[in-house]
Design a protein around this ligand. Structure first.
Ligand SMILES: [Cu+2]
Length: 135
């Protein structure tokens, strides 16, 4: 009885140790990453291309090979959440830059919502970027 209590206490201590030690083995936090617009404006019209850069804020470096699994583009910033348009990925021009083609059918502010996975990191990067479509 005494032995098993001691064993349990040891096991509990080891679990405690491994939890306390875990952050040392983690890489950059997923919150260190963010998408940034290369250009804050786009010309209104069909088939316009928007470029975003994925940056690690700790290093200031662009992050290539992210897997973008969610995109949404709508006019939420101008009170038109229901006015959404299709977003099509197009090949990037440089590592760490991601490009999307969309139909900016109306002048005003559009919100691009992105969800992405970064190689070697757990969690997801979620960014909301506001692009202004101009005449
Ligand atoms: Cu609109």
């Amino acid at each position: 009885m005494k032995t098993s209590t001691a064993a349990r206490a040891l096991a509990a201590a080891l679990v405690g140790l491994s939890i306390a030690g875990a952050p040392k083995f983690a890489f950059a936090d997923i919150k260190d990453y963010e998408f940034q617009l290369v250009e804050p404006t786009v010309q209104a019209g069909a088939d316009k291309v928007v470029s975003v850069r994925l940056v690690n804020n700790k290093t200031g470096k662009p992050v290539p090979d992210a897997v973008i699994f969610a995109t949404r583009l709508d006019m939420g910033p101008d009170g038109m959440q229901e006015m959404a348009t299709k977003v099509t990925p197009v090949p990037g021009t440089e590592p760490g830059t991601y490009r999307f083609k969309a139909n900016f059918s109306m002048e005003g502010r559009w919100q691009l919502s992105l969800g992405a996975k970064v190689q070697g990191e757990t969690g997801t990067v979620e960014s909301k970027l506001v692009i202004t479509a101009r005449k």
